[in-house]
Design a protein around this ligand. Sequence first.
Ligand code: CA
Length: 225
Amino acid sequence: MRILLVEDEKRMASFIKRGLTEQRYTVDLAYDGEEGLFLAETNPYDLIILDVMLPKADGITVCRELREKNIDVPILMLTAKDDVRDKIVGLDSGADDYLTKPFAFDEFLARVRVLLRRQRTDKSTTLKVADLELDQLTHKVTRAGREIELTATEYALLEYLMLNANQVVTRTMISEHVWDQDFDSFSNVINVYVNYVRKKVDTGFSKKLIQSVRGAGYIMKESAS
Ligand code: CA
């Protein structure tokens, strides 16, 4: 899950980014409204966290412009002001939820999870493909009931493959959703990580869940064909 955080206060931004990264989200940072708008228009994010008071373009303007361009990614707005009018303006501009600073980080994470889940028709936090299960809350992954240990990157990759089960995902899609903006997409890092994950998930099982699609990318599916 890739998140864009638009926050001009550097300490706040790095605090939030660190907390989200610990929860295994991929986070891109923008420090002003213009940069945030640019990144949101050029990358497919799963969620945008948008501060209201920003240099160059404020959060309300950014939110309105994104909605006018039919970019319907969930938006969580942050503001220092606890003012009902601000909240109404924020929600009217197209934000999905609103949080006043300072906030408890646990509450912030809970709202992030709700917004990420809202996009999916299945509201459960457990993803399942055949006998492989991934719990998005606890990050526990099991196959046939046996726990699989994954690094943060391996987990993010597996989660993305499972969210898109039964569809081909290209290397570009993987690089856009699993890695952050500093990632060099011309490297063979994706192949390397897919192989790590495949080893951990499929070794010892006759049913291989992760398959390569020649010239296209990868597919995760229940039945080999
Ligand atoms: Ca601010």
